[in-house]
Design a protein. Sequence first.
Length: 278
Amino acid sequence: MQYGFVTIYWRDMIRFVRFKTLLISSLLQPALWLAFFGIAMASNFDAMMAGMPVPAGIHSVGYLTFMAAGIIAMTTLFTSLFGGIVILFDKNWGLMREILASPVGRNHIIVGIALSGVTKSFIQALIIMGFGVLIGAAFFAGYAPLQIVIGILGILAFVALFALGFLFLSAAIAISMESPEGLQGVMTLLTMPIFFASNALYPIDSFPEILRVISLYNPMTMLINGIRYFAIGPDFYALGHHYAFTQMDIALSFLGLVVFSVIMFVLAWWRFRKAVVT
């Protein structure tokens, strides 16, 4: 079946829409994170930074704007890493055995699940951007309408690559495990180092040298760089640090996410080829 991944994608999206609790919670969670955690943290950091001089000619942004990009990345990370749990449920309920026995190629299963996860990440990213602007995040400040459209498309391109990489990783882990508890434990173990070893909530300039190198090659840092470039601009000042992104910097971050996604797809494809579901 040449387009078997469409069936897998559509099935997962129908399940996402029909489970009202999952649908509502997944849409509300990022907004609540930004509303409570974001505003509380912003008030503290902005108060501490109030007396610091801003370099002349540099656009300054508040902490809420700075961290809103991190919230988009964090939500995408959580959604993507736990996206593979549907595969584990299908294994435990016997549905995966039937899917593997069907004419649908195993790579179509991976791609279908990944595309549904990317769609969910798009929805959540758009909610965070819209809600963030409503509560005071200076996204797209001073942008012309065309620049806003380009900025949103650029953010979604970065979100798509990042989500694909971690959805492929999640699928590879899920097809190799037997219990939801084990999968949840592995995903929780992965999320914390990836999230905190990034520039989601704070600058990485003061990190120890080894941790700074890890952070620079962290896919989450690459995603956040892209989001800030398109949503805030290539040159701004936040938390006492001057951030300047060139087009080459963003192109390298994008290429890094492409390489990461390809590697994770190869890993998922290898695991699905060897998968035996009884």
